[in-house]
Design a protein around this ligand. Sequence first.
Ligand code: MG
Length: 277
Amino acid sequence: MTTVELERKAVEIRMGIIDLVHASQVGHVGGALSSCDILTALYYQIMDVNSCDRTNPERDRFVLSKGHCVEGYYCILADKGFIEKEELASFCQFGTRLIAHPDRRVPGMEINTGALGHGLSAACGMAKAAKMLRRKSRVFVMMGDGEQGEGSIWEAAMFASNYCLDNLYGILDRNRLQISGPTEEVMRLEPLKEKWTAFGFHVEEIDGNDMEQIIDVFARLAEIQGKPKLILANTIKGKGVSFMEDQTKWHHGGLDDHLYQVARNELLEELRGLENG
Ligand SMILES: [Mg+2]
């Protein structure tokens, strides 16, 4: 896909996110929106994985370590044919398998996540196994910035560099907010780039809401050998919906009919702009 096609797709996925949050009246909408561009790039351009061949052992793996931001993930899996689009209506309803966090019962999901700090460890295991079995699979793991306060992240980081897991791509959704406020007030994280570098990662910092930068960074990282990789993706929580952007309160919440229409109209306008541009 071209960059503008990917940008359009990301807006469509954002519209799917607000549809889910409006219909269910729950959802971690802010972080789903901040990470949406990278998730779109991964599934529509970067990763070698598809619904027809979803158990191929050579496939790339994705782990949503910040598992609470699952809404965009479901929308993408439905759009890519892993699940039926009609099933999205069951999101967070009684008896559904589309619960509020990733679950392996959902085709295309590799691992249950949600308890923060575990995704990188699991991804390290997948990456190490791929190397031992001489498979070409790469492992992509999306972490939150609030999640960086979990000690298990840093244990996994040591493991990744110790075993030179250059098939491991960590992505840090650096939206600077977590459930209880700005990360630097809750638990100071900076200097993050230096920390990840010190732990043996090749680190690239980008604007994680800029599709061109996202595509470029994955191309650059493909050339790096012998080290695990970390994309420090500066993003905006609630990206794409003006009243949600950079607002802690939109970490989690439902959308009433009025706010849903405002959000939907903004995204429609953005989509039209991309179609005309
Ligand atoms: Mg955050």
